[in-house]
Design a binder for this molecule. Structure first.
Ligand code: PGA
Length: 264
């Protein structure tokens, strides 16, 4: 089974809570967010996903049920079950109501040694399990300074997408997250993000097939907040955001989702 293909270039804002919030705290934050969403139907033009840590998935899933807000996880194992201590599988996430799963976040690539190959395997596994993978890519500061941004993006995208057909690729979401912008308050300029998104789309055209890049939703991530979101979303190549710190506060995260909805 594979996840249903997205309609062309949807808007998505996903909140990556990282290792924050207990089930009770997460449910309270989710309820606060759902109340804001219910009060502003215009902002529903943007799809929103909350991605709490695994122990809070059930409680947050319960809090968003029926609201139109989606649930996502931050990682999964490529196998469906087995002797993998400490891991969780795609079917387990689906059973808790997850629609999305973040894969290959830089904190996993660079903090926990996750390789391009592992991210590729997990992406295929997520699609198999009926989840929409949010595949994260992005360069380190040293790589940008050495003018290697495009090379890194091409390598990371090709590792995951080479050999995939257009419809399957279009059932995934990509998040461009320059590592130097994550949690640092140093947001990429709209031009830097646009250039990176163009490299990603051109790579998809080459490794997946002509026109693939245009069909893919590509989010920007890295220090997005309520103050800079609208400027980023004014760039037509930026289809939404993966938000860390600013997603831990309902009002600021809602402003980001509303900015994404208003941009199109
Ligand atoms: P940040 O994190 O918004 O706190 O920079 C983004 C992310 O890591 O996805």
């Amino acid at each position: 089974m594979s996840a249903a293909a997205w309609p062309r270039r949807p808007r998505l804002v996903a909140g990556n809570w990282k290792m924050h919030k207990t089930p009770a705290e997460g449910a309270a934050l989710a309820r606060e967010f759902v109340a804001l969403a219910a009060a502003d139907p215009a902002a529903r033009a943007c799809r929103v996903a909350l991605c709490p840590p695994h122990p809070a998935l059930a409680a947050v899933g319960e809090a968003v049920r029926g609201s139109g807000v989606d649930l996502g996880a931050q990682n999964m194992h490529a196998e469906t079950h087995g002797a993998y201590t400490g891991e969780v599988s795609g079917p387990m996430l689906v059973s808790l109501g997850c629609r999305f799963v973040i894969l290959g976040h830089s904190e996993r690539r660079h903090g926990m040694g996750e390789t391009d190959e592992a991210v590729a395997k997990k992406t295929r596994a997520a699609l198999r399990d009926g989840l929409t993978p949010i595949v994260c890519v992005g360069e380190l500061l040293a790589e940008r300074e050495a003018d290697r941004t495009a090379e890194v993006l091409v390598r990371q995208i090709a590792a995951v997408y080479a050999g995939m057909d257009v419809a399957t690729a279009a059932a995934t979401v990509i998040a461009y997250e320059p590592v130097w912008a994550i949690g640092t308050g140093k947001v990429a300029s709209p031009e830097q993000a646009r250039d990176a998104h163009r490299v990603i789309r051109a790579t998809l055209d080459r490794v997946v097939g002509a026109g693939a890049g245009e069909r893919m939703a590509i989010l920007y991530g890295g220090s997005v907040n309520a103050g800079n979101a609208a400027t980023l979303f004014a760039e037509p190549d930026i289809d939404g955001a993966l938000v860390g710190g600013a997603s831990l506060e309902a009002a600021s995260f809602w402003k980001i989702a509303a900015a994404a909805a208003a941009a199109r």
